[in-house]
Design a protein around this ligand. Structure first.
Ligand code: CDP
Length: 222
């Protein structure tokens, strides 16, 4: 393969794909893109403009206006914004705007890195179908809800685990059932179930799966 190397890390909500992608990027000194944050930014843009996430015109206007540098804040990671993100992400026009950004990132990883790790829902299937290595990460809904609960306890007083589970299941259902780029493993994705794995064990398993392909591809990069 020529050109930058891409590791696609797709998976269900709160499956740990973002943390795995970040760790893989650090391991290989690749650039990392959390594509979910792009959809979350679009959702936040719609809400802040007083628009309706289900309205394609509102969502498209927000997608065209996102500021990718304004990413890491508490509201962006909230359940409400995650829910709105899964609504705006079903609009094909929104996906088209963000597709270009993601493909550009894959073709020109930040900082001149030799590769990119991109996590999301459709990276291996639609955004980078020729990715060097593809993972699809999953865990049982209960375990994912508990992990998200733990994450939110760092930021908020008393998150409700039952409500988080409901929100995650609803979001997965919507992501799987939409027509535009539904959540499903690419045919050549390697499946990683992290239900019984802590983050170190999940990272070791992910690395074992992608390493042979990535090392082979690195040999071809000057
Ligand atoms: O971190 P978490 O797994 O909860 O969600 P996220 O990756 O931040 O994604 C939020 C929402 O954006 C998802 O529920 C999807 O509806 C949407 N999304 C998408 O459609 N395609 C992507 N490549 C990434 C996220």
């Amino acid at each position: 393969m020529s050109g930058p190397i891409v590791i696609a890390v797709d998976g269900t909500a709160a499956s740990g794909k973002g943390t795995l992608a970040q760790k893989l990027a650090e391991h290989f000194s690749f650039a990392h893109l959390d594509s979910g944050s792009l959809y979350r930014l679009v959702a936040l843009g719609v809400v802040d403009a007083g628009g309706n996430p289900g309205n394609e015109t509102d969502a498209l206007a927000a997608a065209r206006a996102i500021d990718v540098n304004g990413r890491d804040n508490v509201r962006l990671r909230s359940a409400a914004v995650g829910d709105a993100a899964s609504i705006v992400s079903a609009h094909p026009a929104v996906r088209t705007v963000l597709l270009k950004f993601q493909r550009d990132f894959a073709a020109h990883p930040l900082g001149g890195a030799k590769g990119a790790v991109i996590d999301g829902r459709d990276i291996g299937s639609i955004i980078c179908p020729d990715a060097t290595a593809k993972l699809f990460v999953d865990a049982t809904p209960d375990v994912r809800a508990h992990r998200r609960w733990l994450e939110l306890t760092q930021r908020r007083a008393e998150p409700d685990e039952a409500a988080i589970l409901k929100e995650i299941e609803e979001r997965d259902r919507r992501d799987r059932e939409r027509t535009a780029s539904p959540l499903k493993p690419a045919p050549d994705a390697l499946l990683l179930d992290t239900t019984h794995l802590d983050i170190d064990a999940a990272f070791a398993a992910a690395l074992a799966l992608v390493k042979p392909k990535v090392e082979e591809a690195l040999k071809a990069v000057p």
